[in-house]
Design a protein around this ligand. Structure first.
Ligand code: GLU
Length: 470
């Protein structure tokens, strides 16, 4: 281990919601820092004033908060550091690694058109690169980096290994625009340097930026961070993720009812693996996460896997935390919050209702037997299990239940004896019983429900059905 402290960052542009790819980038950076006692920082890349909005910043912070990804210190606004970025451009002008370019947009376009017509690379070569500053006009200018014209530009990437660009294939990028504002390329490097960022982990659509940015580090004689460019996320069909695939924002997953722990496990597995481990806690991911586990191929969304991950995490969730997740879920889908009485009933039923649930709505569905109130109207599927025969059987069962102890084991024994006596299968009792106890066809086991509801309430529900005749 080197002595430099680990500092990572997430640097979103606040132009929309927190994308699932962004959430994964944030999580990888968080895991890498938190697993090493390092710092994880947040920088809002808001230099593009036309596209950046405070609402988008809030949406990103909300997404990170929901996922439980805490950052160190205050979020840094890139925009507010513009004068520092300009100062670095000035230093580069002074040390000869940058120059003022007076070419107008029209001149640049003409250059490109001519180059294209002549079948040459359309990279702009400024006539001002080597011009005598004394000949400079009194006109607006941009500041450009003097990119090397010979040799290779090399970046060692933790995932892509040695990446090289032939000099001349990267142009003299603009550092400061003619209005004096910094470009992303300059601002990101200056900020990463000033924030002491040791590891830049981001999507591999930024790989070429690493080549370009390495030139700014070298021009300033600054140490390069470790770069790790992670493969993008593709849809289930293996194609680049787009609107067509739906569910692009991390909060869409909350709206579907996945829990934060589920999403952390799932996001970790989008592009990273630890042996054959599919199901693990965030603590384990923190201990295990490292670059060798990140693959080179794009990760694929897989909702079946996501459901499985959900099953694992909901079963082992703390009930009080689940209640908070459910509250957040209801806000997200714009449903009213649970009143205190319903919330208390739900929480009491969680140990039963969370079994087999993949998502929060599964829990609400399964807990309906406990949160709903008598008389229970059977839904369409449940009603199919109720007819004059099954209701008569339930009526007879009621008598047998009068003397039962309402715990799971005793109830199982009473119902089994009753079935044997009547010469019917357990399912012929359990299905109508489930319909009567919960009004639903999907509900916890009838024994769990009866034990939870107690004798009085269980028998009352049976009587409701008998009175109704179905
Ligand atoms: N602001 C850039 C983006 O949202 C990230 C740049 C970086 O991580 O260096 O894609």
């Amino acid at each position: 281990m080197s002595d430099t402290p680990v500092v990572t960052r997430f640097a979103p542009s606040p132009t929309g919601f927190l994308h699932i790819g962004g959430a994964r980038t944030a999580f990888f950076n968080w895991l890498y820092a938190r697993g090493r006692g390092g710092r994880f920082m947040l920088r809002i890349e808001d230099t593009d004033r036309a596209r950046s909005t405070p609402e988008a910043t809030d949406a990103i912070l909300d997404g990170l908060a929901w996922l439980g990804l805490d950052w160190d210190g205050e979020p840094i606004s890139q925009f507010e550091r513009a004068s520092r970025h300009a100062e670095v451009a000035k230093t580069m002008l002074e040390n000869g690694t940058a120059y003022r370019c007076y070419s107008t947009p029209e001149e640049i376009e003409t250059f490109r058109e001519t180059a294209r017509r002549e079948g040459q690379a359309a990279l702009f070569q400024s006539p001002w690169r080597d011009a005598n500053p004394a000949t400079a006009p009194d006109a607006p200018c941009v500041v450009r980096l003097k990119a090397p014209q010979t040799g290779v530009i090399r970046v060692n990437d933790k995932i892509r290994k040695k990446v090289e660009w032939r000099a001349g294939t990267l142009d003299d990028l603009v550092l400061l625009r003619s209005d004096g504002t910094p470009t992303y390329m300059l601002a990101a490097v200056v900020d990463d340097h000033d924030m002491g960022v040791s590891h830049v982990i981001r999507g591999d659509d930024h790989l070429i930026n690493a080549g370009r940015q390495s030139l700014i580090y070298r021009a300033m004689d600054w140490a390069l961070p470790v770069f790790a460019h992670i493969p993008l996320i593709h849809g289930e069909d293996g194609k680049k993720l787009s609107k067509r695939h739906g569910a692009l924002g991390i909060m869409d997953y909350l709206a579907m009812g996945y829990t934060a722990a589920t999403m952390r496990n799932y996001l970790a597995r989008l592009g990273w693996s630890h042996g054959n481990d599919e199901l693990f806690t965030t603590e384990q991911a923190k201990d295990w996460f490292d670059f060798p586990g990140i693959g080179k191929a794009p990760a694929r969304l897989d909702f079946k896997k996501l459901d499985n991950v959900g099953l694992f995490h909901i079963a082992r969730s703390d009930d009080a935390e689940l209640m908070e997740e459910i509250a957040a879920y209801l806000v997200q889908i714009k449903e009213p919050a649970l009143d205190a009485e319903t919330a208390a009933k739900l929480q009491a039923a969680l140990p039963i209702a969370k079994n087999g649930a993949r998502k929060l709505p599964d829990i609400l569905e399964k807990a309906y037997f406990a949160t709903g109130t008598r008389p229970f109207e059977a839904d369409e599927k449940a009603a199919e299990k109720l007819n004059s025969v099954s209701v008569r059987v339930l009526n007879e069962l009621t008598a047998a239940l009068q003397h039962a102890n309402f715990n799971k084991e005793d109830l199982e024994a009473v119902v089994a004896d009753f079935a044997a006596q009547k010469g019917i299968k357990l399912g012929q009792i359990a299905q109508p019983l489930r319909a009567v106890l919960s009004g639903r066809s999907v509900a916890p086991s009838v024994f769990d429900m009866m034990a939870h509801l107690g004798q009085e309430e269980s028998i009352a529900r049976l009587n409701d059905a008998v009175t109704r005749g179905r």
